[in-house]
Design a protein around this ligand. Sequence first.
Ligand code: AR6
Length: 181
Amino acid sequence: MEFEFNSVYIEVVKDDITKSKLDCIVNAANTSLLGGGGVDGAIHRAGGKEIVTECIKIRERQGGCPVGEAVITTAGKLDAKFVIHTVGPVWNNGLRNEEEKLKNCYLNSLNLANQYHIASIAFPNISTGIYKFPKKKAAEIAVSSVREIIEGNNSSVRRIQFVCFDDENYHIYLKTIKGLD
Ligand code: AR6
């Protein structure tokens, strides 16, 4: 399903994000940037060693990546040109500013994409796996954050994909995005 909003295409797809042919894919990483399970493990496996080599350099420079922030590396062997690694919050009953931190993941990833003149970007459903953020709330935050950037009207990003892996997220995103109409 695809929507056009302020000349930016927003799509919801059900897929494995490592297969994406867009310019940039976003990784739901952890603060160590050294890889892990879920989509992080899949991206590092498919992209090869080049990605972790750049992550290690970033660690040496700035000591990992704080929750809500984002860093960029090569995409190694993937079709994408870049991987933006962002660190979602672990859900803790909403008591630790998780909603704002998740919003920052989307805003900071899109700002970084703009700095690199990236035209198309694919997001996974950050924090909704191992980090257990409630899926509906996470989708609402993802869609509203993206909308905020698009309304700002000065980003290089012209196509944004929400890549859902599980049926539940896919249906939640379809419903949430229809609210944009
Ligand atoms: N393509 C697209 N989405 C995927 C894929 C894939 N190949 N694999 C999983 N997902 P998670 P988190 C979905 O757990 O909750 C890692 O160990 C998955 O269904 O990958 O942010 C990191 O190193 C879910 O909807 O990330 C961190 O320690 C979404 O991606 C921690 O997990 C996010 O699930 C981050 O946890």
